[in-house]
Write a protein that binds this ligand. Structure first.
Ligand SMILES: [Zn+2]
Length: 367
């Protein structure tokens, strides 16, 4: 029975047909009715993994600026839009003024045991009209712009809450890292937008979210959109080099099983340097000695600040880089599987990975 229910839930989650509930006082205001049906139509476009033609919903300026003009759609994952995997969407507040209808929506999922998980509370702004005029969304970034300031430092346009004093030296230090990286790898500079705030909560607010799941975690975090040359990050100020590397490397190497781990190696992750992550991995192996690193690709971590897969693939990047530099990394980025990497680079079968990786981790331990 339980199995059946979980399969049903999975089906439900992946083939969402979209349920938009309205929970606000009705007052026959034509502008609200038009805006709500426009909004529902937009959400429906994401059903069954669909994508809307953003030009039908967003202004020409927003569409010119970004391939994905909606800063809320990919706020939880950069791959799956929030609107497409959430089953329950409840519009619970509507405000209207001369030019804008403002809708607040609760995005939640109810599982087979009736547990409710809240994923997000969002703000959508729709140009108001009581006639049949074509409507469009107004970006929350535009709505919130009186609280956001912008500073350009060479090829980076930083956007951040006015409460923050821009740290030029931190930005310069990252620019130096970027210039060195470009030189070593042969990349041309990329012009990009870098949104940041002190906390995930403040960053979410800039993007039009009152709440997003995981927001309370007080760890640095970021998400990058290489197609739009755009980064959102929090807790790391002006210097989140990790996310910048995604902008440069993902367009070429996103499919490589080693790409993300290599970024861990080159720039650390969630507030740790790669050396600190190696130390953390060593401590993890002491705490959980039964861990079999030959299965690192499928292991589930019991330390939510340690991504085992990325640390291990980062370790492989480190071994190769220290021997051969960037040309070695460019070679291993071409492999399609980790089996190929270990076989071709180290002549190792899967069952031998565990002892090999453990000895290398020990060698690189610094605490
Ligand atoms: Zn990353």
């Amino acid at each position: 029975m339980k199995l059946y229910l979980s399969i049903a839930l999975l089906f439900f989650l992946t083939e969402v047909t979209g349920q938009v509930h309205c929970q606000y006082p009705k007052n026959n205001d034509k502008r609200i009715e038009n805006a709500v049906s426009f909004y529902k139509e937009y959400l429906d476009e994401f059903n069954n993994r669909g994508t809307p033609n953003y030009r039908d919903y967003w202004s020409e300026i927003d569409c010119k600026r970004r391939k994905i003009p909606d800063p809320i759609a990919f706020s939880i994952s950069s791959e799956v839009p929030l609107y497409s995997f959430i089953t329950e969407k409840t519009i619970f507040s509507v405000e209207v003024n001369a030019t804008v209808v403002h809708l607040k929506t609760l995005f939640s999922v109810v599982d087979s045991l009736d547990n409710v998980t809240v994923f997000a509370i969002t703000n959508h702004y729709i140009q108001s009209s009581d006639k049949g005029d074509a409507l469009h969304f107004i970006s929350p970034l535009e709505i919130n712009k009186s609280n956001i300031q912008t500073t350009r430092n060479h090829n980076i346009r930083y956007h951040y809450p006015k409460s923050i004093v821009f740290d030029k030296s931190k930005s310069d230090a990252m620019l130096l890292q970027i210039r060195n990286f470009e030189k070593e790898w042969g990349f041309e500079p990329i012009d990009f937008d870098y949104f940041f705030a002190e906390t995930q909560k403040n960053l979410a607010a800039m993007r039009g979210l009152d709440y997003v799941i995981g927001m309370q975690q007080n760890v640095p975090s970021g998400i990058s959109f290489p197609d739009d040359k755009l980064i959102y990050c929090s807790g790391y100020g002006e210097g989140y080099f990790h996310e910048v590397l995604h902008l440069y490397l993902n367009p070429l190497y996103e499919k490589s099983p080693i790409n993300h781990g290599m970024i861990y190696y080159l720039a650390g992750s969630i507030g740790y340097t790669f050396d600190e992550l190696i130390n953390r991995m060593n401590s993890y192996l002491l705490e959980y000695p039964e861990t079999n690193l030959s299965n690192f690709e499928k292991l589930e971590t019991r330390d939510n600040r340690l991504n085992i897969y990325n640390v291990i693939t980062g370790l492989v990047a480190k071994i190769v880089y220290e021997k051969e530099g960037v040309s070695g990394l460019q070679r291993i980025l071409k492999y399609k599987t980790m089996d190929e990497v270990f076989k071709s680079e180290f002549e190792l079968e899967k069952k031998e990975w565990d002892s090999f990786l453990r000895s290398i981790l020990k060698k690189y331990k610094t605490n």
